[in-house]
Write a protein that binds this ligand. Structure first.
Ligand code: ADP
Ligand code: MG
Length: 248
């Protein structure tokens, strides 16, 4: 479903992603862990083209975009828009439109980007509110919702785009501890339904339980990757052993 090949990215003179490659299969849940500053967010932003790689390839569902420092071919690429709609992002700080209701947030993408009729988008949004446990909250504004509710609106908004993959960047890091569970429960349900997801998180219990593959990043590299059992129970590198020891 997704292939990332040889991605490199520098900010100013600093290389923050150094030749990153990995694949995600349809229906797979890939969890990315690693210390702060290791390049996790930058990597997710490349898959959603919020930021452009300097080099490498991003392939989503057989549509490929090649990045190359010299040719800068990608600059005016209409393909980027279409691929961007295939990968919805859920952010740590929700990124909801504050002046729109929960419903307004969810139907924005489908009506503007997907050109769906408002009635149809609204009907679909109502089903999504039910799915994320927010029935009856459709007309609330973000400031009237808890963090956990806001993040579930953001998940409904991501789903409304009918993406091929959802990218989560630390979706529970900004939440009060008692609200983390309700968001993880929705994500777990999506995983069980076969949604393809790439999740950056520090919730190690969730990573173990829900992840099919775990990727450990450090210093702009993928240091180790594999099934959660292998990474958590038999970490090979000293860096991963050290990182995990902070969570036990
Ligand atoms: P993580 O999400 O793993 O904490 P990030 O991907 O946010 O890491 O950041 C990786 C490195 O890239 C950090 O050193 C960060 O300061 C740097 N960085 C990220 N975005 C930018 C940017 N827009 N401009 C300059 N440096 C950046
Ligand atoms: Mg980050």
């Amino acid at each position: 479903m997704i292939q990332v090949k040889g991605i490199k990215k520098s900010f100013h003179e600093t290389e923050v992603l150094k030749n990153i490659s990995f694949d995600v299969k349809k229906g797979e849940v890939v969890v990315i862990i690693g210390p702060s500053g290791s390049g996790k967010s930058t990597l997710l932003r490349m898959i959603n083209f919020l930021e452009m790689p300097d080099e490498g390839d991003v392939i989503i569902d057989n549509k490929q975009i090649h990045f190359d420092r010299k040719s800068k071919k990608h600059k005016n690429d209409a393909d980027i828009c279409s691929l961007r709609a295939d990968a919805s992002m859920v952010f740590q700080n929700f990124n909801l439109f504050e002046h729109k209701t929960a419903l307004g947030n969810v139907i924005e993408g489908p009506t503007i980007v997907r050109k769906m009729k408002k009635d149809q988008a609204t009907q679909r949004a109502m089903e999504l509110f039910k799915k994320v446990g927010l029935e009856g909250k459709e007309n609330q504004y973000p400031h009237e919702l808890s963090g956990g509710q806001k993040q579930r609106v953001a998940i409904a908004r991501a789903l409304a785009m009918q993406p091929k993959v959802i990218l989560f960047d630390e979706p529970t890091s900004a939440l009060d501890p008692e609200l983390v569970g309700e968001v993880l429960a929705v994500m777990k349900q999506l995983a069980e339904e076969g949604m393809t997801m790439i999740i950056v998180t520090h919730e190690m219990g969730f990573a173990k339980e829900v992840g099919d593959t775990v990727i450990f990043m450090d210093g702009g590299y993928i240091v180790e990757s594999g099934p959660p059992k292998q990474l958590f129970e038999q970490p090979k590198s000293e860096r991963l052993q050290q990182f995990l020891s902070r969570y036990s």
